[in-house]
Write a protein that binds this ligand. Sequence first.
Ligand code: AP5
Length: 257
Amino acid sequence: MHRLIFRFPKMDEQPTPTIIVVLGPPGAGKGTQSSMLADILRVPHISIGALLRSYTRDDSKVGLHLRGMMALGQLVPDTLVLEALATRISEPDCARGLILDGFPRTLRQAELLEQGLLKSPIDANTLRSDLVAIHLRVQKSTIVGRLSGRRICSRCSATYHLETQPPRVSGECDFDGSALTVREDDRKATVLKRLQLYEHETAPILSHYAEKASLLEFDGEQPKENIAQELVMAIQGMLRISITGAKNVQSTLEDNL
Ligand code: AP5
């Protein structure tokens, strides 16, 4: 069996953090792949959707407003998104690099990212070596099936699927035993709205990154461990990362089965 050892360059080899941006329509598998990649690369997985959902748990005015917008599948205003993101990425674990799942979602957000959203500003001239955008391609029919079967843990947000990734005990999270719930925005009518918004606002980002030669495309219809394997090899090729010294990809994939 093919085995691959992966590591990011040392800080002195690459002073600016490496950002991996994961793009794709709702249900493409962004969260699933980001979580597996984070484990393999040992950098944090930052899901903007999960960050924002954590703010909806309190009954403050902002929390209630956010909950309403997200339940309808609308984009949250940039001010709130940027504040949540800036707070998270200023934490020390992001110094070496991070995986951004759900940001950018508009061309404006892509520009903000390039203009130095991180503490250590990204030099637009060296964008290719610092930012890798990953696009997971999936068909609409796949999306609807994936989101109607998705369940998430009410406590830790771990993701399941009733058919392709069921929990060990029905209705309970494998990690903490908490109840699994349906995301409010996974109702079919809302999913279709989110898809329209993706086509209109987010899909144009793909050509933006393609022009900068920072875009890697993947067939998101494959089994998740095949996609992860392809992702790791492609990222390694793009960033010219050496293959010694860190976590074993195959064992991580096996952990996730
Ligand atoms: P967010 O939570 O980011 O939602 P999303 O982008 O619509 O993506 P999803 O989480 O629905 O899907 P995913 O691609 O991560 O798929 P997953 O891996 O879970 O954002 C939610 C909301 O927050 C937005 O609508 C907006 O309101 C707001 N927001 C977020 N970012 C924002 C921003 N930048 N600006 C403004 N507002 C923002 O997989 C789905 C299911 O499929 C799972 O059940 C999984 O088990 C299964 N699955 C995954 N991969 C496979 C596979 N290969 N084969 C079979 N099944 C699979």
